[in-house]
Write a new protein. Structure first.
Length: 504
């Protein structure tokens, strides 16, 4: 503890911020089982399947990838009182792709972007800063947001739960009996019935059946009872990604139907946040059919995300668990960048919104859900960039994906700002050449990466940005895991601080 308001958190461990509901460990850090059992399965650019997982590509060749990571200052926001902000990082991945076949190949591509995408608050038409081109020709792309992925999982889980309940007549009757009666208006001086007390016997009967007959674990029994009790609203008909309908994206061509999933299947669960609500429904679904329950974890790991949130140590260059000093008073503040908090923390705490417009019974259900959910080492937010590209027969084209995002903070000594980039897998492509990396940072700012960087070079004037930069090159032959790049926080803040006003 650094003070009564701050706690240093190692994010590979269970996190407790002293909130109202206790956390329960699930046995500590665990190993991800990657697709096809291959730990090299780390997707960045891959075929996007209907279940939002990456698919194999055998008919195209990536001759090389030119990857540039440029640490730049936020050009529009200086922070409150001129306070330094994390770097605004521009990532550009240019893939030289060959189609050796005598036929045209069309691919629906997916590209995961971890930790969010920058949206300028001062743009005339705010949109995520993402660009996709092929041979410098613009391609329409759509963003399947982190919230849409959560919404899809909730929808699929709820469909499975309801289908499974309907298949067991006894269970269906017990579940139906647990729904509170609609609140009726009463006259002046009237007293509303205690809805919770009225359904208490039904809840006990359901719990007994789930435990004694279905042989569920005690915590799963409790979650099922709350699922039966709480009203989640109507289900939509959306249950899978439809690339042909283009109904998912942020941008031109997107169908608003895809956005319905963000708010659906939440109801009072919105008080515990979409991440915990999604975990709740997926957990109940997995009790009926472990294989059929689509979870955020499985989608994330299929693309190559690592359950252990890590950083590169600026002293050694080795990977270690990420550390974060969290200001508990900053949780819930709108600008987490200057408040010293981080959105990924919300996934690791049992947070119940004290201002949520829910009844006492619904609040009790939310508290029970938080108490009985296993702790999951939830991942950094992930967006999937979707686009379609055509490759004529016997052609070679350069497909480039560029995006902007804020670096995340690591408070381990020395403190740093870092960026995570998921590396391509050999398992997702039949042929994938070298990855040529360039990291650009201001002069005087120490840079460290999870791969060995070459000697720094001054950026050529013709390619120089607004401010001078130093280039650190590297060639990546290993296509497993995530690439982590960090810059020294103290040096960065000093190098990018706004000039002092006259007389100061």
């Amino acid at each position: 503890m650094k003070s009564h308001r701050c706690a240093t958190v190692v994010l590979a461990s269970v996190v407790s911020l002293g909130l109202a509901v206790d956390l329960f460990a699930n046995g500590g850090p665990f190993v991800v089982k990657y697709p096809q059992g291959d730990p090299a399965a780390k997707g960045v650019l891959a075929r996007l399947e209907s279940d939002l997982r990456p698919g194999q590509i055998t008919d195209l060749r990536v001759l090389k990838e030119d990857l540039t990571i440029r640490f730049g200052a936020d050009r529009e926001m200086l922070g409150e009182g001129g306070k330094a902000l994390p770097p605004l990082v521009r990532v550009s991945a240019a893939y030289t792709i060959e189609n050796p076949a005598d036929r045209e190949v069309t691919v629906d591509f997916g590209f995961p972007i971890l930790r969010g995408i920058y949206i300028s608050p001062f743009s005339m038409m705010p949109r995520p800063e993402v660009d996709v081109t092929i041979n410098d020709r613009y391609l329409q792309s759509q963003i399947i947001s982190n919230s849409m992925i959560y919404g899809l999982i909730r929808q699929q889980a709820r469909e499975l739960i309801e289908k499974s309940i309907a298949a067991d007549a006894k269970l269906a009757g017990l579940v139906a009996a647990c729904k509170p009666a609609p609140v009726q208006k009463v006259g002046k001086g009237g007293v509303l019935p205690d809805a919770a007390a009225a359904i208490a016997p039904a809840r006990e009967a359901l719990a007994k059946y789930a435990g004694d007959t279905l042989k569920w674990k005690e915590r799963d029994v409790a979650l099922l009872v709350e699922y039966a009790t709480i009203h989640l609203g109507a289900r939509s008909g959306l249950h899978a990604f439809d690339s042909g309908a283009r109904m998912w994206g942020w941008g031109a061509g997107g169908d608003p139907a895809g956005y319905r999933l963000i708010a659906e299947n939440l109801g009072p669960l919105a008080a515990i946040g979409e991440q915990k609500a999604t975990q709740f429904l997926a957990q109940v679904a997995s009790c009926f059919d472990a294989k059929a329950a689509a979870t955020y974890e499985s989608i994330f790991s299929a693309w190559g995300g690592d359950v252990r949130e890590r950083s590169v140590d600026l002293n050694t260059g080795k990977l270690r668990p990420r550390e974060l000093t969290v200001d508990k008073d900053a949780l819930g503040k709108p600008d987490w960048r200057t408040a010293g908090s981080d959105p990924t923390v919300y996934a690791r705490v049992d947070y119940l919104d004290p201002n949520a417009k829910i009844t006492d019974s619904e609040k009790a259900s939310c508290q029970s859900i938080l108490k009985n959910l296993p702790v999951v080492f939830t991942f950094a937010p992930m967006n999937l960039l979707y686009y379609q590209a055509n490759f004529p027969a016997r052609s070679t084209q350069v497909l480039t994906v560029s995006y902007t995002q804020y670096a995340f903070i690591d408070t381990g000594e020395p403190a740093s700002y870092q960026i995570a980039y998921v590396i391509h897998p050999a398992s997702m492509w039949k042929d994938f050449g070298p990855i040529n990396l360039k990291v650009a940072a201001p002069p005087g700012v120490m840079v460290k990466a999870s791969v060995a960087l070459g000697a720094p070079q001054d950026e050529a004037p013709k390619a120089a940005a607004v401010k001078p930069a130093v280039i650190y090159p590297a060639t990546l032959s290993d296509k497993t895991g995530e690439l982590l790049v960090g810059v020294d926080r103290q040096a960065w803040d000093k190098a990018t601080a706004p000039p002092a006003k006259p007389g100061k």
